[in-house]
Write a protein of this length. Structure first.
Length: 51
């Protein structure tokens, strides 16, 4: 079974910011969109693994 999550990403000045709507606390900021997406994936994975 594969779960799907919604990532919201926006550029704010020099920063890219994003969060996952379904999981509270999964939010990140990075200088590039690609870095942001990778950081969101890692943070989401860690949040889902947390007991």
């Amino acid at each position: 079974m594969r779960n799907e999550y919604t990532a919201v990403i926006k550029q704010d000045g020099d920063w890219w910011i994003g969060w996952v709507e379904e999981i509270s606390g999964v939010n990140c900021q990075e200088y590039t969109r690609e870095e942001l997406l990778e950081t969101l994936r890692i943070t989401l994975k860690e949040a889902l693994e947390y007991p």
